[in-house]
Structure formats: C-alpha cells, structure tokens
Design a protein around this ligand. Structure first.
Ligand SMILES: NC(=O)c1ccc[n+]([C@@H]2O[C@H](COP(=O)([O-])OP(=O)(O)OC[C@H]3O[C@@H](n4cnc5c(N)ncnc54)[C@H](O)[C@@H]3O)[C@@H](O)[C@H]2O)c1
Ligand SMILES: N[C@@H](CCC=O)C(=O)O
Length: 413
C-alpha cells in the first residue's frame, strides 16, 4: 500500500481495497477453475462416450492500466494462469514497481518463472507483444482507443485467430429522481465521482437530476465537497490524492476550460495547501444541458449534472444508449418500478440502485461493460475463465473395444 501511494498516488483506502480485490481474484478464480474445469460428460448414443474439457490456449498477453495497478494486473494474470496458460504481463508504464512486486510474490508463492513473466514498458512494447504470433490470446484493460488498436493489430496478424478480452472506459450516468433521499444521494455521488480522484473506469461522470429537487441536492453536494481534503495519499486524513501524471492534469484542465464556457460551474474543491508532491486537480461539478456535450470519457474528478423532467425520461435513456458506452449506471429512487425501468431501458454492464456505483466486489458485483466499454466477460464473474481457455471434446466408440460396459452395470428400476 505504501508503494501504491508512492507510485500511483492511491490513498490508503484505495490501496486497501486494491489488495483485498487482488486476493479475492486469486481465491475466486481458483475456486471457479476447480469447479468449471472439471471434465464434463455429455449425453450421447449408447456405446459412445462423449466428454468436454477446457484447456489453456498457450501464452496470454495481459496488458493492464495504471489506475488499478495491483488488482487488475493480478486479476488478468491469475485468470489466464488458472485456465492453463502461460502469461506475459505488461503493466502500465506509470506503475512498473508495484507490478514487479506482485510478480515477485507470485514467483515466491510457487508460480514458475517461465510461466509468469513481467514485461515492463511503454505502449509500443504492448503493441509489439500483441503483434507476436506466439501470443495466443490478449487480455487488455485500458482506454477504448487502445483496445481498438489492439483489435486491428490482431486482425492483421498472420497465424491463428486469437481472442481479445477488452475492458475499457465509460461515460457513466446516475439517475436521481424526486423520491431519492438527498443525504444518501450526496454521500454516494461524492464516492462515485471523486474517490480515487475520479480515476476509475466505473466513476460517475454525469448525474441526471430531476429538476424538482436539483437546487437542494446541488447545494448539499457543494457543502459536502467543501469537506473533502486533497493531499498526500499516504496520510490517513487525505480523501483525494493526486492524478497519475501531468498529461492527465492537462487533459482535465482543457476539459474544464471548455466547460467554463459551455456549462455552469456549480462547485469546486479547495486545492491542497501544499500542492507539492503530485499533480492535483480539485474536484469540480459543472451543470450542462445535454449528454452529447461529452464526446468521450473524462478520466478524473469532474462531475457533470443535467436536469431532467419526468416526461423527458425516454430521451434520457436514448442519450445514454446513444453514447455507445455501457459500463456502470446508478439509480437513486424509492420507486422500485422506476429503477426496474432504468435497468431495462439502458444497455449497461453494472447497474447500482440506491448506493454508490464504484468498488465492485469480485464474485458479487462481477464487473465489466458492453459496447465501447468492453467485450466482456465480466471480471470476477462466473463466465470469465472459459474465455481464457479452448474447448475440446473427446468422442470414444467404446463398442469397438468389446461393448458398452455401462450396460452391464445398469440396475433394474
Ligand atoms: N473497464 C475496466 O475494467 C477498466 C478498468 C480500469 C481502467 N479502465 C480504463 O483504462 C483507462 C486508463 O488507463 P490507461 O491510461 O493506462 O489506459 P491506456 O489504454 O493508455 O493503457 C493501458 C495499457 O495499454 C498499454 N498500451 C498502450 N498502447 C498500446 C498499444 N498500442 N498496444 C498494446 N498495448 C498498449 C499501456 O502501456 C498500458 O499498459 C481509462 O480509459 C479507464 O476507463 C477500464
Ligand atoms: N472495478 C472497479 C473499477 C475498475 C476501473 O477502473 C470499480 O468497480 O470501481
């Protein structure tokens, strides 16, 4: 957790949840593999034995981002390993030290060195890895544009056709209706939009707020933001640490400049008293008119708010689906029917009702999106491991060896 704070700017809370998630991935995938990789007997005509089994594909390239440099790095690698593959793990260029530490521990725990190899380097190193025909599958987590590069590169490659598992970004929305409890909304919005300095793919980017309660909720949100403390991520008193690097801050500054003219600034947090030791960006909330004003994911602590009237809900669902992203979604309402309607009307991977929308737990909130947000299967979910494997069937005409012995063992009913 110390290394996570120093290298990735993760707060103590973030570090704790990352370590826990990494451990959860190890235990969950081990359990899933024991249950799911057992040979399955398939039905068939008498005298013929049919079996289905799962096998590793070969070498998997696991390419991970800097924002969960322990949990995602570990989750990808252990899923591929437990499915019977060897792994070349390429961490993000911003976080090679934590990755090296995880790999050292894996080797110390008994994973052979030639079965799990660390390949630190910049994006071009990942590109070279993907282009190598000895790689039999790619698990990627990162930006949507990078996933597209990888998909194109795999399509152009000679040799076997290999799977790409890609988990990417989101333009995540929350719908808050007039029956929601404002205090709970504000707590959950603060966590969803600003925890980890908004550097989570799952983070809330756009809150749709029913016009009838908007002023009150925004006033409370501004009050809660005034309590947030930015600073050294290794201090317990810190709520929000720095951004990952200067480029990230510059991107947010450019976006904020555009929002200053296109939107209305509702609230902004205080910069840390001593802004040294990191690229800080105090959280901000802007009110905007339409979701279409955001063309892509804004990866940091900037929340956008759109007021809506009940009769506009069909257009709200349409806008969310038309964005093409589909990662996380929040609903705050005390009307079950409304939450159900939102769930059914939107094409989104993870919907959270009356709670925050980050911090998916392995095996509980199996995580992953659709459309521009990823290919699936969900990380930490029951359908994940088979995608890392290849399937074989074995059909044996046992009659040819002297008969179907099973018939002799049948008991009379
Ligand atoms: N859906 C999810 O589960 C999930 C989880 C975490 C982060 N993310 C997304 O990740 C992004 C932030 O992470 P990032 O900035 O590290 O993403 P990124 O796409 O820039 O980099 C991710 C990884 O890809 C490598 N890479 C870059 N170019 C490559 C190429 N051409 N070929 C192969 N590999 C290449 C990088 O070196 C890094 O290891 C955000 O968009 C966020 O939403 C998604
Ligand atoms: N699984 C994490 C997000 C991973 C992406 O950054 C969450 O649910 O908050």
């Amino acid at each position: 957790m110390g290394l996570l704070a120093a290298e990735a700017g993760r707060t103590i809370d973030d570090g704790l949840s990352e370590v826990r998630e990494a451990v959860d991935f190890c235990r969950y995938y081990a359990q899933q593999a024991r249950a799911g990789f057992a040979v399955k007997r398939l039905p068939g005509p008498t005298g013929e034995v049919n079996e289905l089994s799962l096998h590793g594909r070969g070498v998997f390239a696991c390419i991970s981002p800097w924002n969960f440099p322990v949990a995602i790095f570990t989750g990808q690698a252990v899923a591929a390993l437990v499915a019977g593959n060897a792994v070349v793990a390429k961490p993000a260029e911003q976080t090679p030290l934590v990755a090296a530490q995880v790999v050292r521990w894996a080797h110390a725990a008994g994973v052979p060195g030639d079965v799990l190899q660390l390949l630190p380097g910049v994006g071009a190193v990942g590109a070279q890895l993907v282009g190598d025909t000895r790689v039999s599958g790619v698990a990627f987590t990162g930006g949507t544009d990078t996933a597209r590069h990888i998909q194109r590169s795999l399509a152009e490659r000679d040799g076997p056709i290999v799977p790409l598992i890609a988990e990417t970004g989101g333009l995540n929305c929350m719908l808050v209706d007039a029956t929601a409890l404002p205090e709970q909304v504000v707590d959950d919005v603060i966590i969803s939009a600003f925890q980890s300095a908004g550097q989570r793919c799952s983070a809330l980017r756009v809150m749709y707020l029913q016009a009838d309660i908007a002023d009150r909720v925004l006033e409370m949100l501004a009050g809660a933001m005034a309590e947030l403390r930015l600073g050294d991520p290794s201090e317990f008193a810190t709520d929000i640490g720095p951004l990952i690097d200067l480029a990230a801050r510059q991107t947010l500054e450019r976006h904020a400049e555009r929002m200053d003219s296109e939107g209305r600034l509702v609230a902004a947090c205080e910069a840390p008293a001593d802004g040294k030791g990191g690229y800080f960006f105090p959280p901000r909330v802007y009110e905007i008119e339409r979701l279409e004003q955001l063309e892509r994911e804004v990866f940091g602590p900037i929340l956008h708010v759109i007021r809506y009237r009940v009769e506009e809900l069909p257009q709200v669902y349409e806008a969310i689906n038309a964005s093409g992203y589909g990662l996380t979604l929040g609903v705050h309402s005390r009307i079950d029917g409304f939450a159900r309607e939102v769930f059914q009307a939107t094409r989104v991977g993870n919907t959270y009702i009356n709670r925050n929308m980050v911090g998916a737990i392995v095996g509980v909130n199996s995580f992953g999106g659709q459309g521009l947000s990823g290919t699936g299967p969900k990380a930490g979910g029951p359908h994940c491991l088979p995608r890392f494997a290849t399937e074989k069937t074995r059909t044996d005409n046992v009659v040819a060896k002297g008969g179907n012995t099973q018939l002799f063992n049948l008991e009379e009913e």
